[in-house]
Design a protein around this ligand. Structure first.
Ligand SMILES: Nc1ncnc2c1ncn2[C@@H]1O[C@H](COP(=O)(O)OP(=O)(O)OP(=O)(O)O)[C@@H](O)[C@H]1O
Length: 617
C-alpha cells in the first residue's frame, strides 16, 4: 500500500468552511423528498421546542414577582391566603407546568420522528448509491478513487444525511431559543447580549477549524481504511478462511490490521487532544463572559434596579442561553463533518455516466456476424496496449477458438465484444453496425457469455440458472432445460431440495458445490439465454472431469449449430473442432486457421498441440 501524502489545509480555511455548507440545503431537500409529513413534523417540533424555553423563563419571572406581591399583600392585610388571593400566582405556575409539558411533548415528537426518518432516509440513500453503481461503467468501477468514494458513501449512508438534518434543525431550535432569550435580555442591556456573543465566538471558530482537519484526515486515510476492511473480509469469510488457515496467515494479516489501526489511532488521538484542549481553553472565555454578565445582574438587583422576578428570569435566561449556545456550537461542528460526508456522497452520485447513445436493435447487414477491424485496447490508467491490430470475422453458424498463454488478452477481447469497454482504436461490428450504435440492451440480449470468474450466487440452484435470463428467472421448466444442456441436471436432482436447494454457506441449510459442479451451473446459465445467438465460453470446463468435458462440447456443438460461438480454452483437444482458431500472443494475432492448417504450418500452435498430446498419452 503506498502512503499518500498528508492532507494539506486549504489556503483559506473559512472559505472552505462556509463553502461546504451548500450541502445542507440538499440534505434538507433529500429529507423532504423522503417524507414530507415527517419533515413538517420535525420543523413544527423544532419551532415549539425552540420558543418555549424563553416563555418558561418569562413565566418564571411572573411567578416570582407575583409571589413577592402576594406576600406583601398578605403582610399588609394580615389574613390567611385564600384561593382568590393565591390564584394570580397559581395560574402562572399552572401555565409554566403546561409549557414544560409542551416542551417534553415537542422533544418526544422530535426523537420519534427522527428515528422514523432515519430508517427511511438510510434506505433511500442506499438505494441511490446502488442505483448509481448500476450505471457506472466497468472502467469507473476499477478506478480506485471512485471506489473509495463509493465505500465512504456506503459506510455512513444510513446515519449521516439524517444527522445533518437533525443538526440543522437542532441549530434552528437553539437559534430560535437564543433569539428569544436575546429579546428578553435586551430589556436588561444590549451590551450584556453583545458580551455573550463575543465570548462565544472563539470556541465556535476553533470548532470549525478542527472539524475541517478531521474531515481532511478522514478523506486522506480512506485507502488505509479500505485495506482494513479488506483484511477483515479475508480473515472472517468462509471463502478465504481455508487458505488463511493452511498458510498460517492470521498473525501476518492481523499484524497488518493492527498496524493500520495504530497509525490511524495515533492521528486521531493527536487531533482529539488538540481539538478538546483548544475547545476547553476558548470555552473558558465564553464562561468568563457569561459569569461577568451574571454578576452584573446580581449587582443591579442588589442595587434595586431589578425586581427579584426579573433577576430570576435573567439568571434562567443566562443558564439556558449558555446551554443553547454550546449545543448550537456542537451542532455546527458536527454539521460541518456531515456536510463533508454529503459532499463525498454527491461527488459520487454526480459522476458522469457514459451516455448510451446507441439505439439500434438490428444491424444494417443482418447475418453478417461479428467483425473486428484493427481493434486495439489499453486499459484505463495503463500504458501498454493489451490488444492491438485485431481483425477477425465470424459468421452465424461458425465457431471461433481463442488460444494463447495467460495474460495474452483473450478475456479482454470478449469484454470488448460485450461492450464492457469501448475499443481504444478500430471498431467492432455486429451485423454491419458498430457496437457503439447498438442499443446496449438489444446487444446484450444477443450474447450469452460465461466468464472464467463467473458469479456463485448465494441463491437457490434454480435462481442461479434463472439469472441467465431475467425474464425466466422463476421459470422452472426453463431451468430444467438449461440444466440438461449444461449437464447439471443429474447432480441437481440428487440435491436435497432439487432446484430449490439453497447454495453457498451464507444462509441456513445452504449447500456448497464442487468446483466442477459450479462450472456446470454456470454453463447451464449460459444456455438460459435462448435469444442469444452469440455464445461465449471462457474456459468453461477447466474444473470438469474428462468425460464431462467431452460431453459438454458434444452438446455445445449440437446446440449452437446456427449460432456464433467463441471458445477460450487452454486444452487443445477442445478447440480443434473450431472453424477458426486464433493464436493470440501478447495482444496480437500470431497465427490463424483451422486445426489442420495450423498443424501444417508447424508454428506455435502445432508445437503446443504436440506438447499437450504427449502429456495426455
Ligand atoms: N481490469 C483490468 N485492468 C487492467 N489490466 C487488466 C485488467 N484485466 C486484465 N488486465 C491485463 O490485461 C492483460 C490481458 O488479460 P486477459 O484477462 O485478457 O488475459 P487472458 O488471455 O484471458 O489470460 P488467461 O489465459 O490467464 O485467462 C493482462 O496482462 C492483465 O494484466
Amino acid at each position: 500500500m503506498s502512503a499518500p501524502s498528508p492532507p494539506t489545509p486549504p489556503a483559506n480555511p473559512f472559505a472552505g468552511f462556509f463553502g461546504v455548507f451548500r450541502y445542507s440545503r440538499r440534505a434538507i431537500r433529500l429529507v423532504w423528498e423522503t417524507s414530507r409529513p415527517l419533515t413538517l413534523g420535525l420543523a413544527v417540533c423544532t419551532l415549539v421546542a425552540g420558543v418555549l424555553p424563553a416563555v418558561a423563563a418569562w413565566l418564571g419571572q411572573l411567578i416570582v414577582d407575583a409571589v413577592v406581591a402576594a406576600m406583601a399583600a398578605h403582610r399588609e392585610g394580615g389574613q390567611a391566603p385564600t384561593f382568590e388571593s393565591l390564584w394570580p400566582v397559581l395560574r402562572y405556575v399552572l401555565a409554566e407546568a403546561g409549557v414544560i409539558a409542551l416542551i417534553a411533548l415537542a422533544q418526544r415528537g422530535l426523537s420519534a420522528q427522527q428515528s422514523l426518518l432515519r430508517a427511511q432516509l438510510g434506505h433511500k440513500v442506499n438505494v441511490m448509491i446502488l442505483e448509481k453503481a448500476g450505471q457506472l461503467s466497468l472502467a469507473q468501477f476499477e478506478d480506485s478513487e471512485l471506489y473509495d468514494q463509493l465505500t465512504r458513501a456506503r459506510r455512513e449512508a444510513s446515519t449521516r444525511p439524517l444527522a445533518l438534518v437533525n443538526k440543522t434543525f437542532a441549530l434552528g431550535q437553539h437559534g430560535i431559543s437564543l433569539v428569544s432569550f436575546g429579546v428578553l435580555l435586551v430589556g436588561f442591556s444590549p451590551w450584556a447580549l453583545l458580551i455573550l456573543v463575543v465570548g462565544a465566538l472563539p470556541v465556535f471558530l476553533s470548532e470549525a477549524k478542527f472539524s475541517g482537519d478531521a474531515f481532511r484526515l478522514f478523506r486522506w486515510r480512506s485507502p488505509q481504511t479500505r485495506m482494513q476492511m479488506y483484511l477483515e473480509t479475508v480473515l472472517a469469510r468462509e471463502d478465504s478462511i481455508k487458505e488463511v488457515r493452511l498458510f498460517g496467515l492470521e498473525p501476518l494479516l492481523l499484524g497488518r490490521y493492527r498496524g493500520i489501526f495504530e497509525t490511524l489511532y495515533g492521528e486521531d488521538r493527536r487531533l482529539t487532544i488538540r481539538r478538546d484542549s483548544w475547545g476547553f481553553l476558548l470555552g473558558l472565555l465564553g464562561t468568563l463572559a457569561f459569569y461577568g454578565a451574571y454578576a452584573w445582574v446580581v449587582i443591579e438587583t442588589v442595587g434595586g434596579a431589578l425586581t427579584l422576578g426579573e433577576m430570576t428570569m435573567y439568571l434562567m435566561v443566562f443558564k439556558q442561553g449558555q446551554a443553547a449556545l454550546s449545543a448550537g456550537l456542537t451542532a455546527i461542528g458536527g454539521m460541518y463533518e456531515d456536510n463533508l460526508y454529503l459532499s463525498n456522497l454527491y461527488e459520487y452520485l454526480e459522476q458522469p455516466v457514459e451516455g448510451d447513445a446507441g439505439t439500434l436493435t438490428a444491424g444494417v447487414l443482418p447475418g453478417d456476424g461479428i467483425r473486428f477491424e484493427g481493434v486495439a485496447f489499453t486499459y484505463p490508467g495503463a500504458e501498454t496496449p493489451v490488444l492491438a491490430g485485431i481483425d477477425l470475422h465470424l459468421r452465424p453458424g461458425q465457431s471461433l477458438a481463442l488460444v494463447g498463454e495467460n495474460g495474452s488478452g483473450k478475456t479482454t477481447l470478449i469484454k470488448l465484444l460485450t461492450r464492457l469497454y469501448p475499443p481504444s482504436a478500430g471498431r467492432i461490428l455486429l451485423d454491419g453496425s458498430d457496437l457503439r450504435d447498438w442499443d446496449v440492451r438489444a446487444l446484450r440480449r444477443r450474447v450469452g457469455v460465461i466468464f472464467q470468474d463467473f458469479v456463485r450466487y448465494q441463491l437457490q440452484v434454480g435462481e442461479n440458472l434463472g439469472v441467465g435470463d431475467v425474464a425466466a428467472f422463476e421459470d422452472e421448466a426453463r431451468w430444467q432445460a438449461a440444466a440438461r444442456l449444461g449437464l447439471a441436471d443429474a447432480f441437481i436432482e440428487r440435491l436435497g431440495g432439487g432446484y430449490r436447494t439453497q447454495l453457498g454457506r451464507w444462509f441456513k441449510g445452504g449447500q456448497e458445490l464442487s468446483g466442477g459442479q459450479w462450472q456446470k451451473i454456470a454453463l447451464s446459465r449460459a444456455y438460459m439465454r435462448e435469444e442469444a445467438d452469440i455464445l461465449v465460453l471462457d474456459e468453461p470446463t477447466a474444473a470438469m472431469d474428462a468425460a464431462a468435458e467431452a460431453e459438454v462440447f458434444a452438446r455445445f456443438r449440437e446446440h449452437s449449430r446456427d449460432k456464433m460461438t467463441i471458445l477460450i480454452s487452454h486444452r487443445f483437444s477442445t478447440v480443434r473442432a473450431a472453424d477458426q482458431i486464433l493464436v493470440i500472443d501478447r495482444g496480437r494475432i500470431l497465427e490463424r486457421g483451422t486445426h489442420a492448417e495450423l498443424l501444417a504450418r508447424d508454428g506455435r500452435y502445432a508445437r503446443l498441440f504436440r506438447l499437450q498430446a504427449k502429456g495426455y498419452r
